[in-house]
Unconditional design. Structure first.
Length: 422
């Protein structure tokens, strides 16, 4: 087990170590916290890109907006898309974590294992399906071929030319304390492949884990939770100086829900035990105002901070707030998924909301209601933001993500071999 003890917020070693190789480039695109994480919407003017399969194996697709045609993201017309080394869409049957479209290319993190090593790699695929290449070996360890690793599935982000990739590695054959190997957060220059570890385990299996990454300006924010080491809560990584430190806010709640150029936002509850969101000044950490005081009983509702507005996506209602006032919203119903209609817990925990191209997207997961006949993994809906604000909006279905029968059959033996560690 490696011990690096990198998170030491005000230590000179961290200041010099994390700062090495830092390159500031304000012209590169920033992370979009309203559209990141798992199943973020990868949209262009002409279509959508997806990477979803029931087995988490690479399954890149392109869906044309005009025709609705869904094709593998592979430019070779003769390709069978069966997980070989020449297919961009199913390359080597890689097991992926999440996928991000950034600056015109498609990036995904994947698990790799050979005869002697195992780890995580970052890949880049061309948007036209013509090529795929490895950006970097993000994390690699010596590992026996007769076993395999679990690497965690916390989504990575890309912010100003760097990928920030969390990991939580353990032996598949030995869950719990005995199988723990390492955890932390890696930074990868997506153009040079250079890597640096900016969060390291500090007490083995009981280390705090990284989650909920988001980038804004010169900082990348993430939660540290679990374990016994203090402080826990939201931390910030300064991309200019390389310093990691806890976010300092004068609130009992130390986990921030959202961040903008000028403010941090904290989710709490009001006197009705409904969701309330408070704003705090980023410079002084002082309380600013109540950004949203709602009647939303789902205090874990999806909250998206976009263009000085807060979109609160609850079980059956979308509310929009600006400067502490509710400026609009709609009630909504889900599709044909029986869980989504009848079980509010399912709605809150298994569906996602994203904002892309001035639309609010609703990704309705079908994993708990999977039908082997139609093999629909999720249904994607969207509604214009302006229509939600005006109160006249309705979600329209735009596409489904469906398991591919032939690909799953062709990958069957390969996936079984990976599971066995052979």
């Amino acid at each position: 087990m490696r011990k690096r003890f990198i998170i030491m917020a005000f230590c000179l070693m961290l200041l010099t170590g994390c700062g090495q190789g830092v390159q500031r480039n304000d012209e590169l695109p920033e992370d979009t916290p309203w559209n990141n994480g798992a199943n973020n919407v990868m949209e262009t003017d002409t279509g959508w890109y997806t990477n979803m399969s029931r087995t988490n194996l690479l399954n890149l697709h392109y869906i044309d907006k005009d025709s609705g045609v869904d094709v593998f993201l592979c430019s070779r017309p003769e390709c069978l898309h069966e997980g070989g080394s020449s297919c961009t869409a199913t390359y080597n049957g890689l097991e992926t974590i999440n996928t991000v479209m950034y600056n015109g290319d498609i990036y995904f993190a994947a698990y790799e294992q050979d005869e002697e090593t195992a780890g995580i790699a970052l890949y880049r695929a061309a948007a036209d399906g013509s090529s795929i290449d490895k950006v970097s070996d993000v994390y690699k360890i010596k590992f026996p071929q007769d076993d395999r690793c679990d690497i965690g599935h916390e989504p990575f982000i890309i912010h100003r030319g760097y990928a920030y990739i969390p990991f939580d590695i353990s032996k598949s054959s030995l869950p719990g304390v005995g199988g723990y190997i390492d955890s932390g957060l890696m930074k990868v220059n997506i153009y040079t492949g250079e890597t640096a570890e900016i969060v390291s385990d500090d007490e083995g299996y009981f280390s705090r884990r990284v989650s909920r990454l988001k980038g804004c300006g010169d900082f990348v924010y993430f939660d540290l939770s679990g374990g016994t080491t203090e402080p826990q809560g939201t931390w910030q990584y300064d991309t200019v100086t390389g310093v990691c430190s806890p976010v300092d806010i004068k609130s009992e709640t130390k986990y921030i829900t959202g961040v903008t150029d000028n403010a941090f936002f904290i989710s709490t509850v009001n006197e009705k035990d409904c969701l309330k969101i408070e704003a705090y000044d980023k410079e002084t950490s002082e309380f600013l105002y109540v950004a949203a005081d709602t009647e939303e009983a789902d205090t874990w509702a999806h909250t998206l901070f976009y263009n000085d507005m807060i979109f609160i996506c609850g079980y059956f209602e979308i509310s929009v707030y600006k400067n502490g006032e509710r400026i609009g919203g709609i009630a909504y119903e889900m599709g044909e998924n029986e869980y989504s209609r009848n079980d509010s817990l399912y709605v809150g925990q298994w569906n996602e909301f994203k904002i892309s191209e001035e639309h609010l997207y609703l990704i309705e997961s079908n994993f708990l209601n999977y039908n082997y006949e139609n093999r629909v993994l999720c249904t994607v809906y969207r509604c214009p933001l302006k229509d939600i604000i005006s109160g006249d909006g309705e979600f329209e279905e735009v596409f489904n993500v469906t398991d591919n029968r032939s690909a799953e059959a062709l990958w069957g033996e390969h996936f079984a071999a990976i599971k066995k560690g052979s």
